[in-house]
Ligand binder design. Structure first.
Ligand code: 13P
Length: 336
């Protein structure tokens, strides 16, 4: 194996003004979205849909793309491997390595994440196939009494163990403790829960042989739950998010790459822009504050691609939308 400099990969992923495309939906999750759009969930439809992104002109906005295992081995319709499509555009290929959520025994509907048993051998194969970074997602529910301390600790431990294994296999880990948007919790409660969760994750990362300078964090922005009666402005979200990150995330971590978690495309971009504006105003741009969006970079692309297949809009419209969304979020990652 060649000598791999994980810090320089983390640096490339967090270069200012670029972000990450999360396109690593499992076959089941992408299937639900395709079927909702009236498309079949076959391997070739999944491949053709993802080709819109990997062959688009996204290199000036996107530093890395997270792929699902199936996609890592697929090719564009002209036969070029997706990994090559990405690297030739200056985009680093990454891979989702968790195997999804499982119920946590004895909990009130909480979950942990599976996949640690086979992680090392899989990481080695993914590296051979061209992946240079990884993602592992944990999910925490917020409601009365939740998340429990047990769920916070269990998920933080798994995330840290994963990060150590990924780095040992020469892959930069993205640590994703998602606070789920579902529920009617307030902005303040979102901040309290985020702080507890992030601080626990960092404490566990410190206990493992993990190099924080080669680790990225992928949290939810701090904001009220989707059903909260009191909505928050982009400015409120920015203040709460930056306060929480400053209290929880050491500057050794090079990048905080937010997920979109069910926010609309517009909200995701406006909130990210407000966060970056505020960080610039306060001269506290300690970390790259950018995106690792899934739905916020894809929702309109899927809609347009569905129409494109019926011939009602010109070929290439969906690809153009993928480029436009990537550009808008790259601008938001600079507060512009
Ligand atoms: P969303 O931005 O759609 O939440 O997806 C990001 C992601 O990778 C979730 O694991």
């Amino acid at each position: 194996m060649e000598d791999v400099d994980l810090k320089s990969i983390a640096e490339k992923l967090t270069i200012r003004g670029k972000g990450i495309l999360a396109s690593d939906e499992s076959t089941g999750t992408i299937g639900k979205r395709l079927e909702k759009a009236g498309l079949q969930n076959t391997e070739d439809v999944r491949r053709a849909y993802r080709e819109n992104f990997y062959t688009a002109d996204i290199g000036n906005s996107i530093s890395g793309a997270i792929l699902f295992k199936e996609t890592l081995y697929q090719h564009a319709s002209d036969g070029v491997p997706f990994v090559k499509c990405l690297t030739s555009r200056g985009v680093l290929p990454g891979i989702k390595v968790d195997q999804g959520l499982v119920p946590m025994p004895g909990s009130n509907g909480e979950t942990s994440t599976r996949g640690l048993e086979t992680l090392a051998s899989e990481c080695k194969q993914y590296w051979q196939q061209g992946a240079r970074f990884t993602k592992w997602r944990a999910a925490l529910k917020v409601s009365d009494g939740l998340p429990s301390e047990a769920a916070i600790q269990r998920n933080a431990q798994e995330l840290a163990e994963y990060a150590a294994i990924a780095q040992a296999c020469d892959l930069v880990p993205i640590v994703e403790p998602e606070i789920l948007i579902d529920g009617d919790y307030t902005l303040q409660r979102s901040g309290e829960v985020s702080q507890r969760v992030l601080q626990s994750c960092i404490a566990q990362l410190w206990r493992q042989p993990v190099d924080l300078e080669a680790t990225l964090l992928k949290p939810m922005m701090v904001m009220p739950g989707a059903d909260a009666s009191q909505k928050a402005s982009a400015q409120d979200v920015a203040v709460a998010t930056l306060d929480t990150m400053r209290r929880s995330v050491p500057p050794a971590i090079p990048g905080i790459m937010f997920l979109s978690g069910g926010l609309s495309e517009k909200e995701s971009t406006l909130y990210l822009n407000a966060i970056n504006n505020l960080a610039l105003q306060q001269r506290k741009d300690t970390w790259a504050l950018s995106f690792s969006f899934g739905r916020a970079l894809q929702a309109s692309v899927l809609q347009l691609w569905t129409v494109e297949r019926t011939g009602h809009v010109p070929q290439g419209s969906a690809k153009g939308m993928a480029e436009a969304l990537a550009r808008a979020n790259a601008a938001a990652a600079k507060g512009q």
